[in-house]
Design a protein around this ligand. Structure first.
Ligand code: ZN
Length: 256
């Protein structure tokens, strides 16, 4: 097991030769020392606006179970959102879910460029490196983007246990939706969010633009707040992702 903490990302797990590369854009809560606490209380920073609650525990257990590499962003999405293209209106949020972020107000171009160059680009370059290395050896690659969502947004309870987001290539997502529904779960199909060309960055960049099979999973946060739920979901995904990939390869005549 490797656990290398670099500048803005953490590479966890070991490549056991399978197709899956796991990525967690919002796993981290760190803030660069130069930005202090962003002007937010610890309680605000710990909310869903700061990170994807529980996904770190799911991702690492899943990486262990699949013998796959997980690339995690270390820094809080409130510093810069690594699932947004550079310059996107919500790349560096001035407010999130009703909470103004004082340290993000009136940033100049140099402030923005520093966050992109220190946090956003190294993380995505590291993911690209992981994919390139496999493709260079003629291996199949499946990009798996892991997220979690808050159970209540704008006073509306969200019914889905899990959601799959897709856009230009929904094939693997649709297979996974079928498998999850067969478990008796309430599964969102492009819920609680729909993937569009501009909504997200990681799957469009590493999956769609490179024409690599991909999947974007959102798990409801109350199900994975504690370690038992994280273990349950990691075990479920470790069972269903290879099954989904097998179905995909058979159905679309893809090399496994
Ligand atoms: Zn997320």
């Amino acid at each position: 097991m490797t656990d290398i903490l670099a500048e803005s990302f953490r590479v966890y797990g070991q490549d056991g030769g399978g197709p899956f590369v796991l990525v967690s854009d919002h796993a981290g809560q760190a803030i660069p020392p130069s930005l202090g606490d962003l002007g937010l209380s610890a309680a605000e920073r710990a909310r869903h606006i700061g990170w994807d609650i529980g996904i770190d525990g799911v991702g690492r257990r899943l990486a262990d179970a699949l013998q796959a590499v997980l690339v995690e962003q270390v820094y809080s999405r409130l510093v810069i959102d690594c699932n947004r293209a550079p310059g996107h209106p919500t790349s560096i949020v001035v407010q999130s879910d009703g909470t103004p972020v004082p340290r993000n107000q009136n940033l100049d171009a140099a402030d923005v460029a520093w966050r992109e160059q220190t946090i956003l680009h190294p993380y995505h370059n590291r993911i690209a490196q992981e994919l390139d290395a496999r493709l260079a050896h003629g291996r199949s690659v499946v990009v798996v983007a892991l997220h979690s969502f808050t159970p209540v947004m704008h006073n509306v309870a969200r019914p889905w246990h899990v959601g799959l987001l897709h856009n230009h290539d929904p094939r693997l997502a649709h297979i996974m939706i079928e498998l999850l529904r067969a478990e008796g779960l309430v599964v969102g199909d492009n819920e609680p969010y729909a993937l569009t060309d501009t909504s997200d960055y990681t799957v469009p960049l590493h999956g769609e633009q490179r024409d690599l099979p991909h999947i974007e999973i959102e798990i409801r946060q109350d199900l994975i707040t504690h370690s038992a739920g994280q273990a349950e979901w990691a075990a479920r995904l470790a069972r269903l992702l290879p099954e989904a990939w097998q179905i995909f390869c058979t159905r679309y005549e893809q090399q496994p």
